[in-house]
Design a binder for this molecule. Structure first.
Ligand code: HAM
Length: 439
């Protein structure tokens, strides 16, 4: 016997009714983005590998360990095969498109959002998958468009607070920090490296390695024994130049004025190399170890790093899978009292032994379902050969009400409707049925 095929590790099928929640989240995001004057961009699922190496950073975990990369077949023998990669994130692709289509030449600020799959070869666990979905947005433009202003940072954060509230997500925390300019970060890296020399021997193996290669990453360490040591290390805020300090102060002032709550986290450095100045994450306690609902920050040098003009920007990406997990947990907590399900289940009642009559009552069922669905109702259509008990069981699983359509009902034009939440049975004339089911 041949082996049963399954979805690849770290990927999953999304099935109804869960997909309804996915659609609801996406629709809410689109509606909020439209109010803030964002337009949608769709970039390819795979890109030249060099885009991520130069954009996200060759030393990052994402690029050095987690990408799905392959050599494309060369078209001609003289040609070198091109290295391609499934996108691990979308910011680099959006900035590539910004450069390729010369979007900066309009002089306008570009406000672009995206919804789609991303791929990282991480160890799968709750809230962490190898194919996962992001809803993200980027605000980018030439300096003359005001793209560097701290107001843009604050507006993006205020929009995210609004979006999470409109999605009904409660209990989120906004953590915010500044990683400064690249010169600030070089200074800070040097200060950290220096401070780590006398203490690194007491730290975990990962930190000992990071202390040499990328001291900033030491701040991400989760090993409990290392925490008291990390707390004694210099803080990045002390390495910021005056401009970066002023920028961060202006973001904080605007957040206070808008009433968006936040926590300053001087260890929030993020795992992508393109960040400058503001970095942030929205976390949620209900998610466990993978507690980041979303992350983002400013990337004033990214466009130049991948060969484009100067184009400061700021953006974020939310983990759609994690938004779904959070809302599902909240909804299970609330155990909603309102009746769930579609508007009606039509149960044609025929005689399984009389093929002609059975066909007639099923046909009448289809005609009635068509009428109600065209009136905008969500309807399931049963099957005339089912016994009454079987129809009731099937209806109870998916609908708020069952509509009985037997030969008598067909002849009289009066249908019997039973409401599952109240157990009340009502006789309804066919002409009034749509209105009755709507209420
Ligand atoms: P990121 O922090 O790597 O940032 O990812 C953003 C969000 O995507 C995370 O907070 C998380 O919710 C979700 N996520 C990441 N990896 C996984 C995974 N393996 N499974 C499920 N969810 C995941 C970025 O991707 C940046 N491009 C964000 C950005 C946009 N910065 C500026 N503009």
């Amino acid at each position: 016997m041949s082996q049963t095929l399954k979805a690849v590790r770290g990927t999953r099928d999304l099935l109804p009714p869960e997909t309804e929640l996915w659609n609801r989240i996406e629709a809410t995001a689109r509606s909020v983005f439209a109010r803030y004057h964002f337009g949608e961009i769709r970039t390819p699922i795979f890109e030249d590998t060099g885009l991520f190496a130069r954009g996200v950073g060759a030393e990052t975990d994402i690029v050095s360990k987690e990408m799905y990369t392959w050599e494309d077949r060369a078209r001609a023998q003289s040609e070198k095969p091109q290295s391609l990669t499934l996108r691990p994130e979308n910011t680099a692709g959006v900035v590539r498109a910004y450069i390729e289509h010369k979007l900066g030449e309009s002089g306008q600020l570009q406000k672009l959002y995206y919804i789609g799959p991303q791929f990282r070869r991480e160890r799968p666990q709750k809230g962490r998958y190898r194919q996962f979905f992001q809803i993200g947005a980027e605000v980018i433009g030439p300096q003359s468009s005001g793209s560097e202003s701290p107001l843009r940072d604050a507006e993006v954060l205020e929009m995210l607070a609004t979006l999470l509230d409109e999605l009904g997500i409660t209990g989120w925390t906004l953590q915010i920090n500044s990683v400064g300019s690249s010169a600030d970060r070089e200074r800070y890296n040097a200060a950290l490296r220096e401070a780590l020399i006398p203490v690194k021997e007491k730290m975990c193996a990962d930190c000992q390695r990071r202390a040499e290669l990328n001291p900033l990453r030491v701040l991400d360490c989760k090993v409990p024994e290392d925490q008291p040591i990390i707390e004694t290390l210099p803080k990045i805020v002390d390495s910021l130049d005056q401009e970066s300090k002023d920028h961060f102060a202006a973001v904080i002032t605007a957040l206070d004025a808008a009433g968006v709550p936040y926590t300053r986290n001087h260890r929030l450095v993020r795992g992508l190399d393109y960040y400058t100045r503001t970095t942030f994450e929205f976390t949620h306690g209900g998610l466990g170890a993978q507690n980041a609902l979303l992350g983002g920050g400013r990337y004033d040098g990214l466009s130049e790093n991948i060969g484009g003009p100067k184009a400061p920007g700021i953006g974020f990406a939310m983990g759609l899978d994690r938004l779904v997990l959070t809302l599902q947990a909240q909804e299970a907590d609330q155990k909603s009292a309102s009746p769930q399900g579609i508007d009606g289940y039509i149960a044609p009642m025929g005689n399984a032994k009389d093929a002609e009559k059975l066909a007639a009552i099923n046909a009448a069922g289809l005609a009635l379902a068509r009428e109600l669905r065209r009136a905008g109702l969500r309807i399931e259509l049963g099957e005339g050969s089912f016994r009454l008990k079987k129809s009731f069981e099937a209806a109870d699983k998916c609908a708020r009400r069952i509509v009985i359509l037997g030969e008598d009902e067909l002849a009289s034009g009066i249908l019997t409707v039973k409401d599952f939440s109240t157990s009340v049975q009502t006789k309804v004339p066919r002409a009034e049925l749509a209105e009755f089911l709507r209420n």
